[in-house]
Write a protein that binds this ligand. Structure first.
Ligand code: UGA
Length: 436
């Protein structure tokens, strides 16, 4: 089978590389010539563990190619995935202009039956829009199916998630399209991954509902952490005991500076907006976004309280990405907090194993360092903002010896508070027996 993936961002590139690994012939398309040139030369355009190996294997074995020529890719493919961006508009609604543009081009170049699949996260009803646009742009009467096949890939673990998903959701109104999609995913069907076959609109909503629910868990535990701080309890124990209840589960109950990234912040807002169009007031999801915004400011308050008068102080920030194992800083709470600290007149030193190049573009005034100890040099406070593994077992004595003051704000709860305090540090965590 030959397929085309339009859009070589995080989702498109991972999807293309993984399908090629399954033995499918994949053409990845992007209008960004510099991106395509890099990919043709075997240079990955994003940081994603395991991706480089799959890209070079797919290219070497002739199953994975990159092009800016959408027409050619569409015409030789049976299945065409739309994996372009759906960024938020001012209103919170998803901006579908890239999806619409691609759908029009697909329509123009249709030369036979195809399945056109949206991978991009799109509001319920977009499949119908894609169908209309293709029909309007198609000069001859070619048949095509429209499907929705949302992705549930976590950045940093995207290859693993693609190869071993919890479920595959296929939204498609006609049996031919469903059969082709099932065939495409047969390597996963054969290892007993559950398939949910549904209408296009339902599949589209499943994606938003899943992300909104995960975001709800995070905001919920962040609120409980705030209460723990006030009452003097340990949220670690609260979350652990809650998570042992199988109905609740332990995942996504880690308090921190709030969720970030390219998905949760935008998708929760888009869902609220979509619901409002249907005169539904999604009170819970709205509150989830509000709690998340407040969480960043609550964390900033913790830092400020630890620091005292900010002007002239030095803060060492460890971690800038919105989570570990990615170079992605989009909507990262770390970026928000660094910006506020810089504005307060604090001297910021920062490091991150993967995202420094991007962060440098935002903060010319920040001193970027290569490792934790260099970052901590002369600092009045060390702040953990991303839970990278390499920050989990630092030499506390060495840190203390290079810092101006021994003080740690562990905003990802990666250390045992007692251990830190015993080592002579002033400490604050998130919901870990502290009275701020
Ligand atoms: C998320 C979903 O997990 C994927 O299933 C989905 O496909 C993807 O969005 C998407 O819509 O494309 P991702 O944004 O890569 O994936 O990252 P997550 O691992 O879900 O983390 C999101 C944010 O929540 C991060 O900022 C993370 O630090 C935060 N988080 C997560 C917490 O603060 N606490 C937790 O317990 C878990």
């Amino acid at each position: 089978m030959h397929i085309a993936i339009i859009g070589t961002g995080y989702v498109g590139l991972v999807t293309g590389a993984c399908f090629a690994e399954f033995g499918v012939n994949v053409t990845c398309v992007d209008k960004d010539e510099s991106k395509i040139k890099k990919l043709q030369e075997g240079i990955p355009t994003i940081y994603e563990p395991g991706l480089e190996v799959l890209l070079s294997k797919g290219r070497r074995e002739g199953r994975l190619s990159f092009t800016t020529n959408l027409k050619e890719a569409v015409q030789k493919s049976l299945v065409i995935f739309i994996a372009v961006g759906t960024p938020p508009r001012e209103t919170g609604a998803a901006d579908l202009s890239q999806v619409e543009e691609v759908a029009a081009e697909i329509g123009k170049y249709l030369n036979g039956y195809k399945v056109v699949v949206t991978k991009s996260t799109v509001p319920a009803g977009t499949g119908a829009l894609v169908k209309r646009i293709i029909s309007e742009n198609c000069s001859e009467e070619f048949r095509f199916s429209v499907a929705s096949n949302p992705e549930f890939l976590r950045e940093g673990a995207a290859i693993e998630d693609f190869m071993h998903p919890d479920r595959i959701v296929i939204g498609c109104g006609d049996p031919e399209g469903v059969a082709i999609m099932k065939d495409l995913y047969s390597p996963l069907y054969l290892i007993d991954i559950p398939f949910v076959i549904t209408s296009v609109e339902t599949a589209e909503l499943i994606k938003y509902a899943s992300n909104a629910f995960l975001a709800t868990k995070i905001s919920f535990i962040n609120e409980i952490a705030m209460l723990c701080d006030r009452v003097g309890c340990d949220v670690y124990d609260v979350a652990r005991a809650m998570g042992l209840d199988k109905r609740i589960g332990p995942e996504f109950l880690h308090p921190g500076p709030g969720y970030g990234g390219s998905c949760f912040p935008k998708d929760t807002r888009a869902l609220v907006h979509l619901a409002a169009n249907y005169e539904c007031d999604l009170k819970i999801v709205k509150a989830v976004t509000e709690v998340n915004d407040r969480q960043r400011d609550l964390m900033l308050e913790k830092v400020k309280q630890m620091l005292g008068e900010p002007v002239g102080k030095t803060v060492a920030v460890l971690g800038l990405a919105f989570k570990p194992n990615t170079d992605d800083i989009r909507e990262s709470p770390a970026i928000y907090i660094v910006r506020k600290l810089v504005d307060l007149g604090v001297k910021v030193r920062a490091s991150d194993p993967a995202s420094i190049d991007e962060a440098k573009k935002l903060f010319p005034e920040v001193d970027f360092c290569t490792d934790a100890y260099e970052t901590a040099q002369g600092a009045d406070l060390l702040v953990f903002l991303t839970e990278w593994n390499q920050y989990r077992k630092l030499d506390l004595e060495k840190l203390k010896s290079v810092m101006a003051q021994p003080a740690i704000a562990d905003l990802r709860n990666i250390y045992d508070p007692n251990l830190i305090r015993k080592s002579g540090f002033k400490y604050v965590g998130v919901g870990r027996t502290c009275s701020f």
